[in-house]
Design a protein around this ligand. Structure first.
Ligand code: GUN
Ligand code: ZN
Length: 434
């Protein structure tokens, strides 16, 4: 087994930069090295010392590029790959006009496989090495994404999207029983197989009946090591709809809580318009929140309260929400998170943005320690970033006074051109197959 030594600037985190001063939270070396063996990061240190200690290692010198853990996208929809950037609608109309018709196409297994491959290649092209993806109601759509991830050696979270009412077209509905049965079969097939993890996935409470939510809550109780992912309080009109559908519920979160769908391994997408009780309960159980800033601006949903929720001790990670989100790039997603923060009166530090797109998202998915950080023992999913990838970025970075001043232009203006290399499970990714 080849031992690889990657040289460049290295960046990792010892602590959460929202809670700990930067000089203690951030681990950076301007001439560092990452030793990779058997798919794992074995050592992170200074380049010269690692070179001297491991003279037989195969060296790849990335010069001044930044070596980080690969990005982690805590919430996305691979079946929406082909309809990203669809114009002019807010959430409910956007679902009905663009999303649901596209998702019906996943009854065709060949189409599901083609889009799964396309999506994961787009993720890797953008330096994203782990995603948590929704699928469609079709069990084969779940097999398709897990199979495509396995072929690429990627760590992945995914699950069958369950929905049995309020969808047009009508053939995009399962039932309470079939949602339970297929989800059970799929999690038994995939959860813990290689690098795969299963997320039980009720789409959101408007498209599930109470018996379906109860069935999926029961399934989660039977398989508590699985994640559970859903949407929460994304748009004001949606919340009003939920109130009408669940008149007995105290709030939106209660439509999950009442049926066994609130827990530490729950990942709640958007979570923008939260009431005080919802925030308190999410905090109390240690649930994960996926902030999807390009989606929240694109679909017109609202401004996530990052500063308030992080100060409140919530578990938060960053996510694209493609294709409601308008980019596959976690750099672009960090930029949008920064802009949303500014509109909310809180300028997020670039270290905080980077943490949210790596360790923060990994923690939301309960993959902390495995992916999302550059440290010994972690799986060697890495991204190598060119901090001068375009003329505009390069001329700005030339003025930089310190690390974060050099990184911030790439966060704000960078895209896939900034991704110099990607390593997956200790191997360099060769690029899309065709
Ligand atoms: N709420 C329910 N389904 C979806 C979806 O596919 N995308 C977004 N952004 N919100 C949702
Ligand atoms: Zn979503």
């Amino acid at each position: 087994m080849t031992t690889h030594l990657l040289l460049g600037q290295t960046l990792g985190f010892d602590a959460d930069p929202f809670h700990v001063p930067l000089d203690q939270a951030v681990r950076h070396s301007s001439r560092g090295g990452v030793l990779v063996q058997d798919g794992e990061v074995v050592k992170v240190g200074e380049a010269d010392a690692l070179r001297a200690a491991h003279p037989k290692a195969e060296v790849t010198d990335y010069g001044n590029c930044l070596i980080s853990a690969g990005f982690v996208d805590a919430h996305m929809h691979y079946p929406q790959t082909a309809i990203i950037a669809s114009w002019g609608k807010r959430l409910i109309d956007w679902l009905n006009l663009y999303t649901f018709p596209e998702e019906t196409r996943f009854a065709d297994e060949a189409y599901a496989s083609a889009i799964a491959s396309r999506c994961l290649d787009l993720n890797l092209t953008n330096g994203t090495t782990t995603v948590a993806s929704y699928c469609t109601i079709h069990p084969a759509s779940v097999d398709a994404i897990f199979t495509a991830a396995e072929a690429r050696g990627m760590r992945i979270v995914a699950g069958k999207t369950c929905m049995n009412r309020n969808t047009a077209p009508k053939d995009l509905r399962d039932t309470a029983q079939s949602a339970y049965d297929y989800s059970k079969r799929l999690l038994e097939d995939w959860h813990g197989r290689g690098r795969a993890r299963y997320a039980i996935t009720p789409r959101f409470s408007p498209t599930s009946t109470i018996p379906q939510l109860e069935a999926l809550g029961a399934l989660w109780a039977e398989h508590p090591s699985c994640l559970m992912q859903t949407h929460l309080s994304e748009q004001v009109d949606e919340i009003a709809w939920v109130k009408g559908l669940y008149p007995q519920a105290r709030d939106y979160l209660d439509t999950y809580e009442a049926y066994g769908l609130l827990g530490e391994r729950g990942v709640y997408g958007h979570a923008i318009h939260l009431e005080a009780r919802e925030k308190a309960r999410l905090k109390e159980v240690g649930a994960g929140l996926a902030h999807c800033p390009t989606s929240n601006t694109f679909i017109g949903s609202g401004l996530f309260d990052m500063a308030g929720l992080k100060a409140g001790g919530h578990r938060v990670g960053l996510a694209t929400d493609t294709g409601g989100g308008s980019s596959f790039s976690m750099l672009r997603t960090m930029a949008a998170a920064y802009e949303v923060g500014q509109l909310n009166g809180a300028a997020l530090h670039p270290a905080q943005l980077w943490w949210l797109a790596t360790e923060g998202a990994a923690q939301v998915l309960h993959l902390g320690g495995l992916v999302g950080n550059l440290r010994p023992g972690a799986e060697a999913d890495l991204v190598v970033i060119d901090l001068k990838s375009t003329p505009a970025i390069s001329q700005r970075a030339a003025r930089a006074g310190d690390l974060w001043d050099a990184v911030f232009p790439t966060i704000m203006m960078g895209d896939d051109r900034a991704i110099r290399a990607v390593w997956v499970g200790g191997k360099p990714w060769a690029g899309p197959a065709n």
